[in-house]
Design a protein around this ligand. Structure first.
Ligand SMILES: O=C(O)C1=C[C@@H](OP(=O)(O)O)[C@@H](O)[C@H](O)C1
Ligand SMILES: C=C(OP(=O)(O)O)C(=O)O
Length: 443
């Protein structure tokens, strides 16, 4: 598995007149990391096809290897994981989690339940991303997890606890990944009795829970669902390998190309994800349609093209927080002010995305109102060339590539993207893929 660190300190994107073409998407980060962990916890070997090769999946693969789980790389996109039936051969390990929420949250729950002596830490931003709701939910039922830095945040030290839970509770309003983590660990707890997980308060980012339940089912575990309020795993269910599994293309990564098609001509087709996807972020295309773009969908592809100037949008984006960032930049091309609501979780992701987005959109000339959980963007007449800071946030870099599109960018002036290599978190070859649809020279 390799990732790109081949980009220079910054990339200058010349104004792109027209976009057209098709892009084969890298694998979904959310599906890849869940599948890797479930395969490791299963009985039997699982061949994973079209796995994402990026920083976030490297973190999960590295952790599994440190825990004694064997896996073989067949080629860039295919890995065979030799599951160990819910037992980890290595009982003491120091695990680097990078900035991968989809690694640290599910691994914390699984390791706390399985037991051992483990430390989990990451990059400095990871140590500012909350994990307290998950730790509390686990410690409440007998896990032994301590904070070695700031209370409520990684790094964590996990020791062998004694978990005796038939009912647990977790808050859902900061990150859905806490519930995902408990759900994936629940069959390891539900050996002789059922385990129920109650959600306290509002649950955000709900479609990600659907991904979790879908993949657990493919690994042989069904979860009973009482709306979004509680989830029950009946006893005696063990993860079993489906033999082989295919990872869909990443629907969040798709958003940049679909938005490009909607803004600057198109058609642009993304391949690897389609109308039957299990990822909530495919609904990004619905938002583009509301903005007036023409979207067509097949089993394994989605295509977008322009239909005149985009219409401004005012909508709740709680269900697609990642792809919503792409709407914020697409809003630069709309016919009036757009408002993206119910996105408070942006503040606790790779960076404070509400603040970062407001700062960088203003640089290109937009008028921006930044609220506690919303952002309102009034597009300028013409985009100003700018140097965009990316805050070690892959999505900031990918989103702002779109600010080079169409006649709105002033001719002869480049849009500079600082630290483009941060795209390696989920899409190491992003700028090559973008260059592939842009009808001008990029570098
Ligand atoms: O479970 C997942 O795979 C994810 C859930 C979302 O996080 P929150 O639940 O924290 O919003 C999303 O932003 C993240 O990129 C991936
Ligand atoms: C929020 C994100 O990542 P993570 O899985 O680390 O939470 C993201 O990819 O936008």
């Amino acid at each position: 598995m390799t990732q790109s660190t081949h980009y220079p300190e910054h990339i200058d994107l010349e104004p792109v007149i027209h976009v057209e073409g098709s892009v084969r998407l890298p694998g979904s980060k959310s599906i890849s990391n869940r599948t890797l962990l479930l395969a490791a916890l299963s009985e039997g070997a699982t061949t994973i096809h079209d796995l994402l090769a990026s920083d976030d999946t490297m973190v999960m693969l590295g952790a599994l290897r440190s825990l004694g789980i064997k896996w073989d790389e067949i080629d860039e996109r295919t890995v065979v994981v030799h599951g160990n039936g819910g037992v980890l051969p290595v009982h003491e390990a120091d695990l680097f989690m990078g900035n991968a929420g989809t690694a640290i949250r599910p691994l914390t729950a699984a390791l706390a339940v399985i037991g051992g002596d483990y430390t989990l830490h990451g990059v400095s931003r990871m140590h500012e991303r909350p994990i307290g709701d998950l730790v509390e939910a686990l410690n409440e039922v007998g896990a032994q997890i301590d904070y070695t830095g700031e209370p409520g945040f990684p790094p964590l030290r996990i020791r062998r606890g004694r978990i005796a839970a038939s009912r647990m509770a977790v808050r859902g309003n900061v990150s859905s990944q806490f519930l995902t983590a408990l759900l994936m660990a629940a069959p390891l707890m539900a050996t002789s009795h059922a385990v129920s997980i109650d959600v306290v308060g509002e649950l955000i980012s709900k479609p990600y829970i659907e991904i979790t339940l879908n993949l657990m089912r493919r690994f042989g575990v069904t979860v009973e669902q009482n709306g979004w309020a509680s989830f029950t795993v009946q006893p005696g269910q063990r993860y079993t390998s489906p033999g082989s599994i295919h990872v869909e293309g990443d629907a969040s990564s798709a958003s940049y190309f679909l938005a490009a098609g909607a803004i600057a001509g198109g058609p642009v087709r993304v391949e690897g994800v389609g109308e039957n996807s299990i990822q909530g972020d495919v609904r990004f295309a619905d938002a583009l349609e509301r903005m007036g773009a023409i979207v067509t969908r097949g089993d394994n592809w989605i295509e977008a093209r322009s239909n005149g100037v985009l219409k401004a949008i005012d909508a709740d984006f709680n269900h697609i927080p990642d792809a919503a960032m792409t709407i914020a930049v697409a809003a630069l091309y709309a016919d009036g002010p757009s408002t993206l609501r119910n996105i408070a979780s942006w503040r606790v992701k790779e960076t404070d995305r509400l603040a970062a987005m407001a700062t960088e959109l203003r640089k290109v000339g937009a008028e921006v109102e930044e609220g506690p959980d919303y952002i309102r963007i009034t597009p300028p007449e013409q985009l100003k060339p700018a140097t965009i800071d990316t805050y070690d946030d892959h999505r900031m870099a990918m989103c702002f590539s779109l600010a080079s599109l169409d006649g709105k960018a002033r001719r002869g002036n480049a849009m500079r993207i600082n630290d483009p290599k941060c795209v390696a978190k989920t899409f190491p070859e992003y700028f090559e893929a973008f260059a592939g649809i842009a009808k001008n020279e990029l570098f």
